[in-house]
Design a protein around this ligand. Structure first.
Ligand code: OGA
Ligand code: NI
Length: 326
């Protein structure tokens, strides 16, 4: 697929005949209009996080040209020469920039460029220079999507009645990393999974895709639903550390990506958490006799250690954090 063929307006057709996930499309501008509209939006976000683990936002203020630019930069990176991509291949998962096209158990058929994004000044110098506009375009998107993510997290923490100042401070210094994904067009009939079922590490993940392909597992039925995403919307879902911090009020969302039958697909997932060494624990306000602490505390560094030690075991990270209450 050439970068100029990039289609930012995904047709609203599911990749396979799964039912679409019914989720709220939240008008983000209302978060900053009146205190009444803010309360309503906060309630909508909290209900979505609690009941289904995901929602979409529109009117988030990220310009179309910035979204398009990020997707263009992503596809041009994956189309760049094998030599320029090879510079970023490393077995070391702690590297701040890493390219992986090895298609292991998780990445069934996906290439991944993962890089840290906040603070941008610290990391952007490590990012790809091929295509030449990569840093500028992806950098602009990284800054804007982070602003949206922090506003969403503020709303979520407010809905939980948590101390904003402490959390805001940790988030200000917190981690953001981008998972820039590329999936080939499906060549076999039927569904082919590009990225196997998993949940994401951080508090929330915000996804910008070039076309449909994301599927989420509905909490109560455990069935797969496809995600239909208007071209200007950002998909948001709950990650492992929000489940921990909310002491299980919100649950991490299991999701996967399937290959599109007609075209290659790229997506940019932005993942947000506390600083690398900061432990995330169930918030004290949400733990009492009736609601015992359900999770062990852990940091991003612990997560990386978990990944390194897991290798032959299928246990997920969130399972490893759950405290047995029996
Ligand atoms: C991820 C992810 C989904 C997608 O990068 O963690 O789940 O649609 N991506 O590419
Ligand atoms: Ni994911």
């Amino acid at each position: 697929m050439s970068a100029t063929m990039y289609n930012l307006v995904p047709p609203l057709v599911p990749v396979e005949r799964l039912e679409p996930m019914q989720m709220p499309v939240i008008d983000f501008s209302k978060l900053h209009q009146t205190s009444k509209s803010r309360s309503l939006v906060i309630r909508e976000i909290a209900t979505a996080c609690r009941d289904i683990g995901c929602f979409q936002v529109i009117n988030h203020g990220i310009r179309k040209s910035v979204m398009k630019g990020a997707l263009q930069a992503a596809s041009e990176f994956f189309e760049s020469s094998p030599k320029s991509k090879a510079k970023f291949i490393s077995p070391d998962i702690t590297k701040p920039v890493r390219y992986d096209c090895s298609n292991d158990g998780l990445s069934k058929s996906r290439s991944l460029l993962k890089h840290y994004a906040h603070p941008l000044d610290e990391w952007i110098h490590f990012w790809p220079q091929e295509p030449p506009s990569y840093r500028e375009k992806m950098g602009k998107y990284a800054v804007e999507i982070r602003r949206v993510a922090l506003d969403i997290l503020d709303a979520i923490f407010q809905s939980l009645g948590l101390h904003q100042a402490y959390i805001r401070e940790k988030l200000e210094q917190g981690m953001q990393f981008l998972a820039v994904n590329s999936y080939p067009q499906s060549t076999k009939p039927g569904v082919t999974v590009g990225l196997a079922p998993h949940s994401d590490y951080g508090f929330i993940t915000l996804i910008l895709p070039s076309c449909p392909g994301l599927e989420v597992m509905e909490h109560h039925t455990k069935s797969w639903k496809t995600v239909l995403q208007p071209s200007d919307a950002i998909h948001v879902h709950v990650g492992d550390h929000l489940e921990v911090l909310s002491n299980g009020i919100f649950r991490t969302l299991v999701h996967r990506a399937v290959l599109h039958s007609e075209k290659n697909r790229v997506s940019v997932a932005s993942i947000h958490g506390f600083p690398m060494d900061e432990k995330v624990k169930s918030a004290g306000e949400l733990v009492d006799e009736e609601h015992p602490k359900l999770y062990r505390e852990s940091s991003f560094k612990d997560f990386l250690d978990f990944l390194l030690s897991r290798r032959n075991n299928n246990e997920s990270y969130i399972e490893s954090l759950r405290i047995s209450t029996i």
